[in-house]
Design a protein around this ligand. Structure first.
Ligand code: V47
Length: 467
């Protein structure tokens, strides 16, 4: 037998990864035990390589970015989540609430800067009436009808149902539906993914016990999907959470996406892997739907690309593998339809301890961030996109993230008040040139997208969706 000297040996090559590699190549759903292996292996580069393989299969050769503005309308918040450094009580130093005039100005600035999206979130301000929110949206809609308004996290929407007196304990979904319908009429285009944190009762109690829990967060997104609104989601990790709790968070989200995609007509695998012992996901009856295999057709808001779907149908008749396919008759040019109502993207958010009540904790390291991102890409096999939010990672790190599972960088941002990786103050801006340079240098073609991941084309100050 030949013995390898240390310099000839290949470090960190873990045979336990091999069975996972086979599943990934076959586009099969990974189990929570697989996730555990991915977290525990010393061979982090294989984890990253697998995530890149999936990311490249879903988005060959390209990475997305968008030109947007974040707007935090108020930091006054009734809650006191331990991880949050953003919230203030009314009258505290630094507490603010933007007047409608100020919001109008932000709308004009967004318009002038060519932004395609405004991302609007704030604290649970008990002093603002429901009309403030509908006025905010309709004012922005009037100023800039072309700009997509992605606004309000699930916890804000439950708060809005309460202040609008539409909330009932028996079925919170009813009040949330009423609120979302009003906001949609006022111009709401989609929901951001904030406030999910980590879906786990222990973490919830320890870090954000007065905030809504997993059930309510999921219900809000379910109602939004039923109303045809696309939504995003997040995972705020690296505080009091443990790795197995993150994996369960991912399982709950992918089951929730199974449900959304099934409603849109996707077939799936009725015998696919479903983790046991997780109340939130066991209640979901949809089959397992994966989109990470070679033949999967990603959902788009314009319906399924008919040419690609036809190829898929042809191939599917040759094969019994039906994962992630639309049933017959969907996706033909006659039946192309708007396919709203699913999760578009997950943004993993590393915890920043500074200024929070958990400031004694160290926060996650760079390798932990890359590993968690890669595992997120691998576990969330039915999420079309994984986003690198450079504000919380830095732009150089966001570039590295494109190699480890991310396919999208959010965005030009301009002002951001919640938390940030580098720099002081709320001015957090990068240019389109910097985003494109970061993407190109990583070996991808940059594609400017709108909020719904449609290609944006520009001619001077004009922009439109499509080529
Ligand atoms: O909801 C709060 C998190 C979120 C801290 O959907 C913290 O497209 C780290 O949700 N350290 C806001 N994170 C950001 C967010 C987001 C960002 C970009 C894109 C999208 C999208 C969503 O930040 C909050 C909370 O989960 N957060 N405090 C902290 N100390």
């Amino acid at each position: 037998m030949m013995t390898l000297t240390p310099s000839q040996s290949v470090p960190n090559l873990d045979p336990a990864i091999e069975s996972i590699r086979e599943k990934v190549l076959a586009g099969q759903r990974l189990t929570l035990d697989d996730g555990k292996v991915l977290y525990e292996t010393r061979d982090i580069w294989s984890v990253i390589e697998l995530a890149k393989l999936v990311r490249d299969r879903m988005h060959p050769g390209v990475a997305y970015y968008n030109i947007n503005r974040h707007l935090n309308y108020s930091n006054v918040c009734a809650l006191a989540c331990k991880f949050c450094e953003f919230a203030r009580k009314q009258g505290d130093e630094g507490a603010y609430t933007r007047e409608l005039g100020d919001i109008k100005e932000q709308g004009h600035k967004a318009l002038e800067s060519g932004a395609t999206e405004m991302h609007i979130v704030g604290g649970l301000n008990p002093y603002l009436p429901f009309a403030y929110y509908t006025d905010m949206l309709s004012t922005l809609r009037e100023i800039a009808p072309q700009i997509h308004l992605k606004a309000f996290t699930a916890v804000e929407l439950v708060h809005l149902a309460r202040i609008a007196k539409a909330y009932t304990r028996d079925d919170p979904k009813v009040g949330v539906r009423w609120v979302l319908e009003r906001l949609k009429e006022a111009g709401l285009g989609s929901l951001p993914g904030g406030g999910a944190e980590v879906f786990d009762e222990r973490v919830h109690k320890e870090a954000f016990k007065t905030k809504i829990g997993a059930h309510e967060w999921l219900d809000v997104h379910l109602v939004a999907h039923e109303l045809g609104l696309n939504t995003n989601c997040t995972m705020l990790y690296g505080h009091v959470d443990k790795q197995d709790e993150r994996l369960r968070h991912m399982e709950i989200l992918r089951r929730s996406q199974d449900q959304a995609l099934h409603r849109l007509g996707y077939e799936g695998d009725a015998d696919g892997y479903i983790a046991s012992g997780i109340v939130e996901s066991e209640q979901i009856s949809a089959p397992v739907i994966t989109l990470s295999g070679e033949r999967a057709v990603l959902p788009t808001p314009d319906g399924i690309n008919s040419q690609r779907a036809a190829t898929v149908k042809e191939r599917s008749s040759e094969s019994s593998d039906k994962q992630g396919l639309l049933p017959d008759g969907r996706g033909s040019s006659e039946s192309d339809q708007v396919l709203g109502g699913y999760y578009q993207t997950i943004t993993p958010l590393p915890f920043f301890p500074d200024g929070s009540a958990l400031e004694n904790l160290p926060g996650p390291t760079g390798l932990e961030n890359l590993r968690t991102l890669a595992i997120t890409r691998l576990m969330l096999d039915n999420f079309p996109h994984v986003k690198a939010f450079w504000i919380m990672q830095s732009l150089p790190m966001a570039q590295v993230m494109l190699e480890a599972g991310a396919d999208d960088i959010d965005g030009t941002v301009v002002w951001y008040d919640i938390t940030k990786a580098v720099g002081e103050g709320t001015h957090q801006e990068t240019t389109e040139l910097d985003l494109k340079r970061a993407i190109e240098e990583a070996g991808y073609t940059p594609i400017e997208r709108d909020t719904l991941y449609r290609r944006v084309t520009r001619d001077g100050s004009r922009w439109w969706v499509g080529d």
